[in-house]
Write a protein that binds this ligand. Structure first.
Ligand code: MN
Length: 731
């Protein structure tokens, strides 16, 4: 492997010196400095000669990640070493034990965690929902692992341009789905914002460029306006003797873009393109909180405030530790502007998130919102209800929700996500209270348990021993805790119903003298509108359906149904690098290769940018628009199933033609039996039948039209039951 050039060495030296300069504030003694230098030399040696896809020396990546860890996340010496070493175990011959011998157990444990996270993300086989669960598990071990991983992801996003398109989509989806919400939850606002912005840039490059250029075009005018708005505030606060800085912060492309989409308005109709931030140095005489309100009051002397738009995150910090007073004032041009008021301490928490939060927390050891959230996630991880994908959806839900404060009858304040209902509140009190809730007194008025709460509501739950959760409840809760409790209750009940259903069904089948078979269920399930056997048994057991008309159902001939799918043919296999040509036609299917279908959520038509998603259960490839939100969510959870490089073409597929081969004893009547089974019992058309017989053995090949693979396999099953036939297989 070629070494680095003198020019490379120079860049590496520069970047490392920059990192060292930033380490000034974290290194307390010579040993700290030595440790960081040692980590650098070992990482450099380990990655020697290796280059990133962009061509730059690999070591620049760990240096950049360490730089983010120090200057943007505010972590300490050990984390910085772990960041420098984060790819060493994954990519080189170093082991975790080597790291432990050189740097001690803490750094080694972090590198080990980072290696596991990297391995989980690289894995092609396991579902990505499971991957994310593994990543979240590291939360409960050492939260710094996740924070360093976020730095790693941030640098990868900053340098995503040199990656191939399908990797860009995979990495961007994971970022939007997990890493940006995690950064938010850990209070890393600046990083969360940048991750979102970069994701948008790679997800929708055209829209991103358009907004960016419009922002640039209006920048000069906007800056002038910000100056004019700020000037009187500066004068007023200075006159009052406050030590402060003030700045006008322009919104990011992402936040503008999401507002345009949320409100369905064009760029030109977004007026609040900036927010003003005041950061003050508190004086000794009064509390920070009082000073926030004092500044607010000074501002009201200049501009008219909007009374219902005050956000007091000082009295009620967000669960991620965020504190600030947000207020909205009328600008001279008649448009509302947001002003954020923070002390220096609050600002450090807002910018550095978790690390800063931890630093200030050591002073008062009380359990805070952050600890509570962490406890919830740990709980959910150790007591999962539902499958991994559901779990992840729920955790994700807790990551992004904005919050409101609800009071118990005794005046205790509890935090809930916006959209939470009285039922969420009931479950927050206790699972048993939730499971038996029948109503709520909200501000002393009786309301339904489905009622959405508003910040400041006081709630008391009414219960009854006979009440119990129903499936409908799931549509009326917004918290992970409530959802999990309801699901686990329903699961218990459902299991009872299934067992009851099975015994009813088996008894009935004995009366008819029928042995249940796969084919029987193919008839029964659609007739009773059930997706699978469990649903069928459960409905039967809970008396939602009965079997009174089962004889009629059994007599019905299963007609070949016309499939309403667009179907596709494709060239090559679905290896990631090969181009897949999608050929489409309507209402036809081909049994060659995987089945393609158009996603119902976004319904792409020829000309749309499309990406395929391979359904892991069926192997079918569902074709989505590349920008489809469902796809992004799927890709984030199960990115390994993405099929990139799909293209439209205008081929019209002909038929569902398929072939089977069979072999057996040449007995009289075997052909007749065969034709009987295929055309009469199964209602399938034979196109061609070739039979050759020799030495009492016959071999045949049948070409036939079938509606889908399911019908084909059912046919194979039935044909193989014909007396004398010993081998049937699909060609
Ligand atoms: Mn890395």
């Amino acid at each position: 492997m070629a070494g680095y050039t003198a020019e490379d060495e120079q860049i590496i030296g520069q970047q490392f010196n920059r990192l060292l300069a930033s380490c000034n504030k974290i290194c307390k003694n010579e040993a700290d400095w030595e440790m960081i230098k040692k980590a650098f030399f070992i990482a450099k040696e380990a990655h020697k000669g290796v280059r990133r896809r962009s061509g730059e020396p690999y070591i620049l990546h760990p240096i950049a990640v360490a730089q983010i860890v120090v200057s943007e996340e505010g972590l300490g010496v050990k984390s910085t070493c772990a960041a420098l070493l984060h790819d060493v175990v994954e990519d080189t011959s170093y082991t975790v034990e080597d790291i432990e011998n050189l740097f001690g157990p803490r750094v080694a444990a972090m590198v080990d965690g980072l290696t596991k996270v990297a391995a989980a993300l690289n894995e092609d086989v396991s579902a990505q929902a499971e991957t994310f669960r593994k990543i979240l598990l590291t939360l409960s071990e050492d939260i710094r692992v996740i924070i360093i991983k976020i730095a790693d992801r941030l640098h990868n996003m900053r340098t995503l341009g040199s990656m191939p398109r399908h990797k860009q989509i995979k990495i961007t989806s994971e970022t939007m789905y997990l890493f940006a919400p995690l950064a938010y939850r850990l209070g890393l606002y600046a990083i969360k914002t940048e991750l979102e912005d970069l994701s948008l840039k790679y997800m929708y490059p055209n829209e991103y460029a358009e907004i960016e250029s419009k922002m640039e075009a209006s920048a000069a005018e906007r800056n002038e306006f910000i100056d004019r708005f700020i000037q009187p505030i500066k004068e007023k606060l200075t006159a009052d003797g406050i030590d402060f800085t003030i700045s006008g912060r322009v919104k990011t492309v992402y936040s503008i873009w999401s507002k345009m989409h949320r409100k369905k308005i064009p760029f030109e109709e977004i007026y609040d393109l900036f927010a003003v931030r005041i950061i003050f140095k508190p004086n000794e005489e009064s509390a920070e909180k009082a000073q926030c309100w004092h500044i607010y009051s000074l501002l009201t002397d200049i501009y008219t405030p909007k009374p219902d738009r005050i956000r007091d995150w000082v009295s009620f910090p967000k669960a991620n530790g965020y504190e600030a007073l947000h207020a909205t004032f009328m600008r001279p041009d008649g448009i509302w502007a947001e002003v954020q008021i923070r002390s220096e301490r609050m600002d450090e928490i807002a910018e550095r998130g978790f690390a800063a939060h931890w630093k200030y927390k050591q002073e008062n050891n009380a359990e805070d919102e952050f600890d509570k959230w962490l406890k919830d996630v740990r709980n959910a991880l150790t007591h999962p209800a539902g499958d991994t994908a559901d779990f992840l959806e729920n955790v994700k839900m807790t990551l992004y929700m904005s919050e409101m404060v609800i009071f118990t009858p005794k005046g205790e304040a509890r935090k809930f996500p916006i959209g939470a209902t009285a039922l969420d509140f009931a479950y927050d009190i206790h699972t048993n209270v939730g499971n038996t809730a029948i109503g709520a007194k909200i501000n002393h008025k009786i309301e339904s348990i489905y009622t959405k709460l508003n910040s400041g509501d006081q709630v008391q739950i009414l219960t009854a021993e006979t009440a119990h959760p129903t499936i409908e409840w799931l549509d009326h809760v917004a918290t992970m805790k409530a959802k999990q409790a309801i699901i686990s209750y329903l699961k218990r009940v459902r299991q009872n119903n299934i067992e009851h259903g099975i015994s009813i069904f088996e008894k009935r089948m004995r009366e008819f003298g029928i042995t249940p078979s796969a084919r029987l269920f193919r008839k029964l399930l659609p007739a009773y509108d059930c997706k699978n056997k469990d649903e069928f048994y459960s409905k039967l057991g809970s008396e939602i359906i009965n079997l009174n008309d089962i004889d009629k159902v059994l007599r019905q001939n299963s007609k070949n149904k016309v499939l309403k799918f667009w179907t596709f043919d494709f060239a090559g296999n679905n290896s990631k690098s090969k181009d897949i040509i999608v050929k489409h036609s309507q209402d036809v299917d081909s049994l060659e290769g995987p089945k393609f279908m158009v996603a119902e959520c976004c319904n792409p038509i020829p000309g749309d940018n499309i990406t395929g998603y391979k359904d892991p259960r069926t192997g079918d490839i569902v074709v989505h628009k590349t920008e489809c939100q469902e796809l992004i969510a799927l890709a984030a959870q199960k990115g390994e199933n993405l099929v990139g490089n799909i293209k439209w073409s205008t081929y019209k597929a002909e038929s569902y033609l398929s072939e089977i081969k069979l072999r057996g004893l040449d007995r009289v009547g075997v052909l007749r039996d065969l034709a009987q089974v295929i055309t009469v019992e199964l209602d399938i058309n034979i196109r061609e039948l070739q039979i050759q017989s020799h030495d009492g053995i016959f071999e045949g090949k049948i070409s036939l039209y079938v509606p889908d693979t399911e019908a084909l396999y059912s046919l194979i099953e039935n044909v193989s039951r014909i007396k004398g036939i010993d081998k049937v297989e699909r060609v």
